[in-house]
Ligand binder design. Sequence first.
Ligand SMILES: [Zn+2]
Length: 414
Amino acid sequence: MRIYSIKKALNIPEYKITGIISETDKEINIKLEPYKRKPFICSGCGQVHKIGRHATEESIAEDLSLFEKRVYLTIVKRRFKCPVDNRTHIEEIPWLKKYGRVTRRFAEKVNRLTAITTNQEAGWFLGLDDEAVYRIDKEILEQQYAQRLIPPPAAVNISVDEVSYRKYHRYLTNVVNTDEKAIIWNDKGRRTEVLDRYYTAIGEDNCKKIESVALDGARTYIASTNHYAVNATIVYDRFHVMQKLNWAVDMVRKQELRKARKDEDNELIELMNCRQRFILLKNKANLTDKQTGYLERLCKANEPIYKAMLLKESFLELYNYDIPEEAERYLRGWIKEALASSLDMFKKIALSFLDKIQYIINWFKKKISSAISEGINNKIKRLKRMAYGYKDIEYFKLKIHQHCGLLNPRRYSH
Ligand SMILES: [Zn+2]
């Protein structure tokens, strides 16, 4: 490649190309030196100093590729004694990342890629290892977080979701702006104090403007919301209610599976194994013929599961109602039925539904689409499967904002 075309393509003002250090089919290493008149930005005090006597050193950074070649820049940096603190500092180069050995625009490209795919795939595409992607990505996300999410945005309609991470039940609380369909805040834990932190951060006035809060029926979230979002309608929304119901169905399955194992009932074990689990959780209408056949056999073979499925089916009819009073009457009937059943799990959730019946019925006054929570839930599940298992919880929080929230670059460009 010719020097002048490279210079044009690089488009780095105040620098001249003083040589091509190496070039192969796959990569090129270009040496850059600052023009003499280029101001010296002191990395010590941040001011611009007039440059006098100085020494230099070189550092290498990867830049955006040119014509499918990876580009490395060998950059001459000047060192200088700072008149403010009288110590030696290296000049600061705004378009270079301080750490990480990449240019800022390259780092931004890494970050844009990790917003649409997994870190591993982004790394493979760019030829970077997991550790490098993680470091570059995290630093950019931290900057974006500081710019866009401090202080946390307020919203009129929100949904509060918990998500587990790692094993052993560690939780993260996410606050979603349901009008924007974006996560606007998150933090470790799911206790009352966790949500309190969000409400405190947005301030009393913003809390008063909140009209609805959708949640999963957790006492902690309800307590916090009652205390701060005094004008909000609390909605135990359809998505979260169904989540609870499916949880109960799955608990019955697990219990019956344990029994079948004890009795060495191989046919039943086969019918109830984990691969089939999702069939029990899907709505009947969405099943294929084969899945329906399977479900029929299972229900025939095991009475508790049959009863659980019947209760789930009849619960679903609740959402055919439109008038809150009628829905409430139906729900009370269902609760009675569940309490009279022999299924402990269903008795348990029936009692909890009875306790929170007003919030479940509030959904009929303020219908919040399940699609938002469902979409976010699926995205987070995918994120959790990514490498690092998110041992670094701060990074996991940032990734959630990147994939489901206001740090997603696709929100800002087309
Ligand atoms: Zn200085």
